[in-house]
Design a protein around this ligand. Structure first.
Ligand SMILES: Nc1ncnc2c1ncn2[C@@H]1O[C@H](COP(=O)(O)OP(=O)(O)OP(=O)(O)O)[C@@H](O)[C@H]1O
Length: 794
C-alpha cells in the first residue's frame, strides 16, 4: 500500500479556497464544507485523509452509478472498474497488462473511449468536482480482485522455462523434428505474448494520453482559480486600505470632537462660575438689604409693642378693677335668674298637669254633653210620645175602637196577601218545572254535544289535524274535520271534508264552566225528579275524565248547583236529600269506587231494578250523604285512589273501565206534599278506540272484548230506543253498563252524550269513527221523559 502511495501521482492543485466567488466554486472538499458550519480541528493523520491524486481521482468510477451485482457483471467489468490507483506501476503492471489482453479488443471496439472502459464514464465536470469526503474517496481506491484466470506472464514463462528445458532435455537428441516443432510452438507462444504486450502498451499509452488531457484541464482550472484568487486578494487589499482610511478619518473625527467637547465643557464651566458668582453677590446684597429692613421693622414693632403693652396693662388694671365689681353684680343677677327659672319650671309643671286635667275634664264634659243631648232627644221623643198617648187617651172611645179595627183589618189583609203570594209562588214553581221539562223535551231527550280538546304541551308539534267550526259565531252546532290529502288515479289532489252537526259544539278554547252552562238545565231536571244520564264518549286521551272529574268538571259543578238550588227551594217548602255513589264497570263486573280498595274486583254487586218506581239499586254499594258540597272532592279522590290501587302497569284502569257517578236526589215539599226522586248519572266511558283483538292476550284481551262489547251494546240500546216501538225489545241486559243505566236510558229519562275529540292528526280516523257514532245517537229520538212524582199520602 505504501509503495502504491509513493508511486501514485501527488496532486499539485491547492485545496479549494474558502473565498472563491460562488460562480467560480467548482470544487470544495467535505472538510472544507464542514468547516463552514462546524469548527472542526484539522485531521491528525494527514496520510489517511490525504487528498487523492489526480491519477486516483481520474481513475474513479462515477459515484452515481451503483455497481452491478457481481453475478451479473461481465468478466471485463473487473478490469473496467479497476481504478487507476489500482493499476500496478512495476511488476504488477504486467499482470494488469495481461488482464487487459483479454479485453483489449473489446476496449478498442467499444463506443466508449478507452478512458471510459478503463476508468469509467467520464463524469460531467460538475459531478466530477462534487465535494466528497476524503475517507469516501479513499474507500473507493480498492483494487478489485479479479476472478478471471490470468494469462501467463513473462515471469511465469521464466518459471516454465526449466520445465521446457526439462522437456527438451527429455527428447531424444536425434528427434530434431519434434524439438523443432516444440521450439516453433514456443516461438509462436512467445510471439503471441509479445503481441499482447504490445497491445497493452498501446492501451496504456492511450490512458496516459487521456490523463494528460485531464491534467491539462485541471491545470487550466487551477490557473483560473488562482487568477480569481489574485483578483479577490486585490479586492481584499483595496477594501482593507479603504477600511484603514476610514478608521483613520474616524479617529481624526473623534479627536476633533473630543477637543471641541473639552472646549465647550471648559467654556460652560466658566460661564457657570460667572453666573454662580453673580448670583452669590446679588444674594448677599439682597440678604443684607432684607436683614436691614427686617431689623428696622423689628425695632419699630418692638417699640409699638412696648407702647401697646404699657397701655394694655393700664387698661387691664382699670378693667380688672371695674370687672370685679361687675362680676359680682352679674353673679348676683344670675343667681336671681336661676331661682326665678326654677320657680317658673315648677309653675310650668303645675300648669301642664292643670292642662291635662282640664283636657280630661273637657272630654268628660263633652261626653256628658253628648249623652245629655241624646238623653234630651230621647226625652223629647218620649215626651212627644207620651203627649200623643195622653192626647189619644184623652180623646173619646169610639175613635179608639175604630183605630183598633182598622189595624186588625190591615193585618188580616197582609196575612191573606202573603198566603196568596206563597200559593202563587208555589204554583209558579210547579209551572216553571213543567215549562222547564217541556223545554227539555223540545230540545230532545237525547242530546249530543261535541267537545274538541286543545293540543297539549306533551303533544307533538304540528301534529294537529285541521278541524273547522263553521258556525262558531252563531249557533256553535257544526264541526268540520278536514281529512288528509288524497291523490286520485288521475293525479289530482283532493282533501275530503267531514261535516258534522250536533246540539252544541265546544271548540278547544271552551272551559268546563262553559260546558256546564249548557248542561245545568239537565241537572235542574234531576232535581225536578227526572232521571238524567250524561255520558262522555271518546277515545283515550280525548278529555273525558277532564270534562267529568276535574276540579271544575261536571261532577263537582253539578253537585254545587244542586246544593245551591236545593237551598233556594227550601223557602218554597222543598227539602232535598242527596246521596252519591261511584261505580266502576270493569270486565263486565261492578266495583264500588267508594268502598275499600282491597275489595276491588273481589266484592260482588248486583243490580236490581224496580221498574214500577223507575228505581235502580246496587247491592253492597257505599252511598255517601252529600250534605255539603265539599264532600264531592272526597268522593272523587277516594274513587281515583281506589282505581290507581287496582291498576297495573299494563293496565291503565281509568281508560279500560267505565265509571258511573250516581247522584240520587230525593225531594219533599212539606207545604204541597209533593215528593220527587231524580237520579243524575255522570258516566265516563272507557276509551272508545278500535281495539285490536289480534295483538291482545290474557287479561288485555278480556278487557278489550268487554269494552268493545259494552260500547256496542250502548249503541244497540240507543238504536232500539230510537226506533221507539212501544213495548219493543231493548237489549239492556246485553252488557253490565246498559243494564246499570236501564232506568236512566229510555222513555223516562233525559240523556246527554258528549263526544270527545282529540285534535291530533294521528287520531283522525278514531275522531271520524267517534263523530259517526255520535251522529247516530244524535239522530235517535227517545220517548218522552216521565217525572218520578208522588203526592203526599193523606
Ligand atoms: N279541554 C281541555 N283543556 C285542557 N286540557 C285537557 C282538556 N281535555 C283534556 N285535557 C288534558 O288531556 C289529557 C287527557 O285527558 P283525559 O285524561 O281527560 O282523557 P280521557 O279521555 O279521560 O282518557 P282516558 O280514557 O285514558 O281516561 C289530560 O292531561 C287532560 O288534562
Amino acid at each position: 500500500m505504501d509503495n502504491h502511495n509513493e508511486s501514485s501521482f501527488t496532486s499539485h492543485l491547492r485545496p479549494p479556497s474558502r473565498i472563491v466567488s460562488p460562480n467560480r466554486l467548482f470544487e470544495m472538499s467535505a472538510s472544507a464544507t464542514n468547516a463552514r458550519t462546524i469548527d472542526m480541528p484539522p485531521p491528525q493523520n494527514m496520510n489517511t485523509l490525504k487528498r487523492k491524486t489526480l491519477a486516483e481521482r481520474a481513475g474513479e468510477p462515477t459515484g452515481r452509478t451503483a455497481p452491478a451485482p457481481p453475478s451479473s457483471r461481465p468478466v471485463n467489468a473487473h478490469v473496467r472498474a479497476t481504478s487507476i490507483a489500482g493499476i500496478p506501476r512495476d511488476s504488477s503492471l504486467s499482470s494488469s497488462v495481461s488482464s487487459r489482453q483479454t479485453s483489449g479488443a473489446a476496449m478498442r471496439n467499444s463506443s466508449n473511449s478507452s478512458y471510459s472502459s478503463s476508468v469509467g464514464t467520464r463524469p460531467p465536470s460538475a459531478q466530477f468536482y462534487r465535494p466528497q469526503s476524503a475517507m469516501a474517496a479513499h474507500s473507493r481506491i480498492q483494487k478489485p480482485v479479479s476472478t478471471v484466470g490470468r494469462p501467463a506472464t513473462s515471469l511465469q514463462v521464466h518459471e516454465e522455462e526449466p520445465g521446457i528445458a526439462r522437456a527438451l532435455s527429455n527428447r531424444k537428441a536425434w528427434d530434431h523434428d519434434s524439438r523443432l516443432e516444440e521450439v516453433e510452438n514456443m516461438c509462436s507462444q512467445f510471439k503471441e505474448k509479445m503481441d499482447g504486450a504490445t497491445t497493452e502498451s498501446k492501451s496504456l499509452k492511450e490512458i496516459i494520453g487521456v490523463y494528460k488531457i485531464r491534467i491539462t484541464e485541471l491545470e487550466s482550472i487551477r490557473t483560473s482559480l488562482s487568477t480569481s484568487n489574485t483578483a479577490l486578494q486585490t479586492d481584499l487589499d483595496a477594501i482593507k486600505a479603504r477600511v484603514a482610511e476610514t478608521s483613520e478619518a474616524l479617529d481624526d473625527a473623534k479627536r476633533y470632537h473630543n477637543i471641541r467637547l473639552d472646549d465647550m465643557q471648559r467654556q460652560h464651566n466658566r460661564d457657570l462660575d460667572d453666573v454662580r458668582h453673580n448670583a452669590e453677590t446679588e444674594r448677599r446684597s439682597l440678604v443684607r438689604d432684607h436683614t436691614e429692613k427686617l431689623e428696622d421693622v423689628r425695632r419699630t414693632l418692638e417699640n409699638a409693642l412696648e407702647e401697646e403693652k404699657i397701655s394694655h396693662q393700664r387698661e387691664v388694671q382699670a378693667l380688672s378693677t371695674e370687672g370685679a365689681s361687675t362680676e359680682r353684680e352679674k353673679e348676683k343677677e344670675l343667681e336671681n335668674q336661676r331661682s326665678a327659672f326654677i320657680a317658673l319650671e315648677k309653675e310650668l309643671d303645675v300648669l301642664k298637669t292643670d292642662v291635662a286635667h282640664g283636657r280630661e275634664v273637657n272630654e268628660q264634659l263633652r261626653a256628658k254633653l253628648a249623652e245629655s243631648a241624646t238623653r234630651e232627644t230621647e226625652l223629647e221623643t218620649s215626651v212627644r210620645r207620651l203627649e200623643g198617648h195622653i192626647h189619644f187617651l184623652e180623646s173619646d172611645n169610639k175613635s179608639q175602637s175604630q183605630a183598633f179595627a182598622d189595624l186588625e183589618m190591615r193585618m188580616q189583609n197582609a196575612i191573606q196577601t202573603a198566603a196568596e203570594a206563597m200559593d202563587k209562588l208555589r204554583t209558579e214553581e210547579t209551572l216553571r218545572r213543567k215549562l222547564h221539562n217541556q223545554v227539555q223535551e223540545l230540545k230532545g231527550n237525547i242530546r249530543v254535544f261535541c267537545r274538541v280538546r286543545p293540543p297539549l304541551e306533551s303533544d307533538p308539534i304540528d301534529a294537529t289535524s285541521r278541524i273547522a267550526y263553521p258556525d262558531d259565531q252563531t249557533d256553535s252546532k257544526e264541526v268540520e274535520v278536514i281529512g288528509a290529502e288524497e291523490k286520485s288515479s288521475l293525479g289530482t289532489i283532493t282533501t275530503k271534508k267531514h261535516p258534522f252537526a250536533f246540539d252544541r259544539v265546544f271548540g278547544p278554547k271552551s272551559r268546563n264552566q262553559d260546558v256546564f252552562g249548557e248542561i245545568s238545565q239537565l241537572v235542574q231536571s234531576a232535581l225536578d225528579g227526572y232521571n238524567v244520564c250524561i255520558f262522555c264518549y271518546g277515545q283515550t286521551g280525548s278529555g273525558k275524565t277532564f270534562t267529568m272529574s276535574a276540579s271544575d268538571g261536571m261532577i263537582p259543578l253539578a253537585v254545587n248547583q244542586i246544593y245551591e238550588t236545593a237551598k233556594s227551594l227550601e223557602e218554597k217548602g222543598w227539602q232535598y236529600k242527596m246521596e252519591g255513589s261511584f261505580i266502576e264497570v270493569y270486565n263486565e263486573e261492578l266495583n264500588d269506587l267508594l268502598g275499600k280498595a282491597n275489595d276491588m274486583d273481589k266484592k260482588k254487586h248486583e243490580i236490581k231494578h224496580d221498574m214500577a218506581k223507575g228505581k235502580t239499586t246496587i247491592t253492597n254499594i257505599t252511598t255517601v250523604d252529600l250534605d255539603a258540597p265539599s264532600k264531592v272532592d272526597d268522593i272523587l279522590q277516594r274513587a281515583s285512589s281506589n282505581r290507581s290501587v287496582a291498576s297495573t302497569k299494563a293496565n291503565e284502569r281509568s281508560s279500560r273501565s267505565h265509571s258511573v257517578f250516581i247522584l240520587k236526589l230525593i225531594g219533599e215539599n212539606s207545604i204541597t206534599g209533593e215528593k220527587s226522586e231524580g237520579t243524575l248519572n255522570l258516566v265516563d266511558l272507557a276509551g272508545s278506540e278500535r281495539l285490536n283483538h289480534s295483538g291482545a292476550v290474557g287479561e288485555r284481551l278480556k278487557e278489550t272484548q268487554n269494552i268493545n262489547k259494552s260500547l256496542s251494546c250502548l249503541g244497540d240500546v240507543i238504536g232500539a230506543l230510537g226506533q221507539g216501538k212501544e213495548g219493543g225489545h231493548v237489549p239492556y241486559r246485553n252488557s253490565k253498563l246498559t243494564y246499570l243505566l236501564q232506568t236512566s236510558l229510555g222513555g223516562n229519562s233525559k240523556t246527554l252524550m258528549f263526544v270527545m275529540i282529540s285534535p291530533l292528526q294521528a287520531h283522525l280516523s278514531e275522531t271520524l269513527t267517534s263523530l259517526k257514532f255520535a251522529t247516530k245517537v244524535h239522530n235517535t229520538h227517545i220517548g218522552t221523559a216521565r217525572k218520578q212524582t208522588k203526592t203526599r199520602d193523606a
